[in-house]
Every structure is written in C-alpha cells, then in structure tokens.
Ligand binder design. Structure first.
Ligand code: NDP
Length: 478
C-alpha cells in the first residue's frame, strides 16, 4: 500500500519518487509506504490552501461549524477503523485507541464546532465611542504533529484552525501516517470545499522544514520535541509567522503521606505508563514523602508488574509496543545510564512474548530508585516506560527538586489536604497541574507549557485566539 498526499480535494501521488517504509511497532511488519514530499508537492499543497482561503474565510462561523459537525459525524462512523489503524500504526493497546484516540478525535471536532457557534463579538464602550473586537483568520497554516497521539493531536489543530476560517496544510509524523490519511478520506467523502484541508506526507527534515520555511505560510502550530521546536521557531522567525509550540516534558508526580493510597497508586501508574509512557504529560519522576516511601514503592512495583504487556489488538492488553527501534534504543540507553548514574532498576526489561512479536519494539515498564534529582535520567525527557523514584521530607526542598528541570509542562499532586495541594501547585513552574488525578481533560481550559515545554497556549478560547487575529474597530459616536 502506498499513501498519497491530499491536495485541492484530490489524492495525488508525490513527485520525488522517494518513500519511507512504515512498520508495525508490535511486529516489525510493513504497513505501507509513505511518500517523502518534495518542494513541488509542498508548494502545490500551499497553493491549494491559498486558493481556497478567500471563499472559506468568508463563510460565517455558523457555516464552518456545520462542516466541523459533518467531519465529526464521518469520524464517528469510522470510529472502529480509527482505533484499529491507530493501534497498528503506533503499537498502543486497542482499548486506549478506542477510549482516548478515537473518542477525542471525534470530540475535538464537536467541541470546536460548539465553541465557534457560541462566539460573540466583544464590545468595549467609551464615553464617546464603541470598540468592537473582530476575530479574523490568520491565513494559511502549517499543522505539524508527532507520532504518539496521531489523530487526537491533528484533529485538535485542524478543527479550530479551519473553524476560525483558515485553510491548512498538515504534515503528520512519518511514523504514524495512517489516521491522517483516514481524516483526508473523511473530508473527501463529505465534500469539504477543496483546498481547505491539504496534507503532505514526508519526514521532518525535508517535507516538514519546507512547509515551515515557505513564505506563504502565515502561521505554524507545531507539537513535537523541544529540539525540533527550536528549529521550527528559527525558520519561522525570519518571516514573523505566528507560532504555537507544544513541546517536550519531564513531569513530576508528587505523593504525600496523606494521600488516598489505592487511588494514588492507580493514578501514578497510569500517569507513568499510559501509552507506554509516550505522552508528553506522563509523570516520569515520582517524588514520594519519606514516611511512606518503602510501602508506596513496593505497592507501585506490584501494580506495574501486574500490567499485561503484549498484543496491542488484545482487549486485555495494558501496554503495547514502543514506536520504533530507534526509540527502543533510546530507552535502553537511559536504563543503562540510570545504572551508571548510581540508580537501581527495581523492575522492567525486555518482556517474554510470543514469536509473532519477536521483531517488535518491546520494553516492560522500568522503575528506578536511588538517583539524585540532579541526574540526567531524572531531568531529561525519556518519553518511554521508565520512571525514577525520589524521596522528599520538606515542602521547600521538594519545590526545588521539582523545578530543577528545563521543562515545565504538567504534573500531579496526590494529597487529601487540598489547601496544601493548591498552595504547592502555585510554586511549581509548569503549565498544568492535576490534584488527585492525571490527564483529566476539560477541553475548555488552556493547554501548554512553560520553559522549554513550549510557547503559547491552545485549548478552548486559547485555540480560537491562536488561530485568529483580533482586530479592533473603534466607532466614534455621533
Ligand atoms: P519530533 O519533534 O521528532 O517530530 C514532531 C513532528 O515534527 C513530526 O511530524 C516530524 O516529522 C516533524 N519535524 C521534524 N523535524 C522537523 C523540521 N525540521 N521542521 C518541521 N517539522 C519537523 O517529535 P516526535 O514525533 O518524536 O514526538 C515526540 C515529542 O513530542 C516528545 O518530545 C513529546 O514530549 C512531544 N509532544 C508534546 C506534546 C505537547 O502537547 N506538549 C504532545 C505530544 C508530544 P517526522 O517525524 O516525520 O520526521
């Protein structure tokens, strides 16, 4: 199977003649060939978006919201296909693909449809004049997404971007292109006006950078690693493109002695290892109050070892495969580094699986103790099934340890003392904190990080703000 780009309402072959082989992470078998789009393909996609822009940007928000609902309806029909493709492409358990990926992809379109329908023009009265604030589209956008939550994150950008009247060119990760292709089939089947959404496949170095650099691109919404984000920011800077960067994280889970033990164990395990720890929000450094450290650690190890690792398509599976051989090597590198840095691996390693999975990328969850909070393993983003445990005694010492990383995306605090939880949240340098829960998402709230975890906010009205330009019209009274 060879994937095609989607440009101006048509599936078109690429012109470079170069391909990437997309492999199933669980088995190592080939799924499809992914085109590496070149400058001609990218330019055609941008031109298609440019041609569609004048008409699409004149649609009313209500008319555009109707299209978002049509996309949501179509994706709902394709729900099981989304889950199956996502599971095959990423190696994640099918239960997760259904409950998180497929569900949220539909929900993103529905949510932004409703939000856009409800938009109101803000007015500010002066003694002698009235100000109106109009939200105009930015223009032509590049939407670049990573491999861990492929359609979930793409739909999170596409829905508000086109909902606000922009037209876009999408570039999904070369490692997980299948559900982006499905989204193009969905918009094709419902007859969305040609050129509103275009897609070019390819790798980041060639296709992605060509897209970001192009002078006809007005804005870039990028989710991915911090190093790539920095390159994207540099190439966008020379033409002052509007930029939203959702980048890496190294998030803390803070466990106080007064927590609800059972719920906290379940929450910390989920936060550490959901999607094999490959979620930017995962809590990979766990700070445990001294008096419960040993007990909590032992219960955590038991809970992690009870998780079922294996066939992503088995309904009972808790943990699937890692995205690629390179990523598996990265996790192995950090596991070895943890030992070099003085840590002890309490559990984890290569699991024993049936022959069908011998060429897949497998790693059972790793828990490390005994590392300094200053160690590389405790501060760098690993983005896989590996967590480090740390002991704390005092709140002031805890705050210093939690803030000693270049990242600032998310975190969770586990305590029955909600005043303490709220007070501590405010001292943590991060964009998001959950108290006694994790990844409990309300789509209306701001999403994004501080420090090296990103620039800007998306989510709810913040997405509408990023995907539009606020314009002030001041009318002098008679
Ligand atoms: P990458 O940064 O490697 O890639 C992200 C996307 O950017 C991919 O589509 C990639 O293409 C593309 N890309 C790579 N180089 C360039 C370039 N020079 N110009 C333009 N585009 C480029 O991230 P991963 O895909 O490895 O995803 C994992 C990272 O994403 C982690 O750091 C994680 O924390 C972060 N992330 C952040 C989230 C957040 O909301 N803050 C959410 C989810 C993930 P290709 O892969 O085809 O080369």
């Amino acid at each position: 199977m060879q994937l095609m780009n989607y440009i101006n309402g048509n599936f078109c072959p690429q012109t470079s003649g170069k391909w990437i082989t997309n492999l199933n992470p669980a088995t190592g078998e080939e799924i499809c060939k992914v085109p590496i789009s070149n400058s001609k393909d990218v330019k055609e996609a941008i031109n298609s978006a440019k041609n569609a822009y004048p008409n699409w940007s004149k649609y009313t928000p209500h008319e555009r919201a109707i299209w978002l609902d049509k996309i949501a309806d179509k994706l709902e029909e394709m729900f099981e296909e989304i889950a199956q493709l996502e599971s095959m492409d990423t190696g994640k358990p099918i239960s997760l693909s259904r409950n998180v990926d497929a569900n949220r992809s539909v929900a993103n379109f529905r949510f932004f449809s409703e939000l856009i329908r409800g938009m109101e023009i803000e007015e500010f009265e002066m003694k002698d004049a009235t100000n109106y604030v109009i939200q105009k589209p930015n223009g032509i956008g590049a939407l670049i997404t990573p491999w861990n939550l492929p359609l979930y994150l793409l739909s999170w950008k596409v829905a508000p971007a086109i909902g606000m009247g922009n037209t876009v060119v999408c570039k999904p990760s070369e490692l997980t292109p299948m559900t982006a292709d499905l989204l193009m089939r969905a918009v094709d089947e419902i007859g969305l006006p040609a050129g509103v959404i275009n897609l070019v496949h390819g790798n980041g170095i060639e296709t992605g950078s060509l897209l970001v650099e192009d002078s006809d691109i007005d804005f870039v919404s990028f989710t991915g690693g911090t190093v790539t984000g920095s390159k994207v920011a540099s190439s966008a800077a020379s033409t002052f493109k509007k930029l939203s960067l959702e980048l890496g994280g190294k998030n803390s889970s803070i466990v106080f002695a007064d927590c609800d033990f059972e719920k906290t164990i379940a929450g910390v395990v989920r936060s550490g290892f959901l999607n094999q720890g490959q979620i930017c929000l995962c809590g990979s450094r766990i700070f445990i109050e001294e008096e419960i450290y040993e007990d909590f650690k032992n219960r955590l190890i038991n809970a992690v070892e009870e998780m079922k690792i294996g066939d992503p398509l088995d309904e009972e599976t808790d943990l699937g495969a890692l995205i690629s051989k390179e990523h598996l090597s990265k996790i192995e590198y950090y596991a070895n580094l943890a030992i070099e840095e003085g840590g002890t691996l309490l559990t984890g390693g290569v699991p024993c699986l049936p022959k069908a999975f011998e060429n897949g990328n497998w790693m059972a969850p790793i828990i490390v103790e005994g590392l300094s909070p200053e160690s590389r393993c405790s501060k760098e983003e690993i983005f896989g099934p590996m967590v480090t445990l740390h002991i704390f005694k005092e709140e002031s010492e805890l705050i210093k340890m939690v803030n000693n990383t270049r990242y600032g995306l998310a975190g969770s605090i586990w305590t029955k003392d909600l005043d303490k939880g709220r007070r501590l949240s405010e001292s943590i340098e991060t964009g998001m904190i959950w108290i006694n829960t994790w990844l409990h998402r309300d789509l209306r709230v701001p999403f994004g990080g501080v420090k090296d975890s990103g620039v800007g906010r998306e989510g709810g009205k913040w997405s509408l703000g990023f995907f539009s330009e606020a314009m002030n019209v001041c009318v002098k009274h008679e």
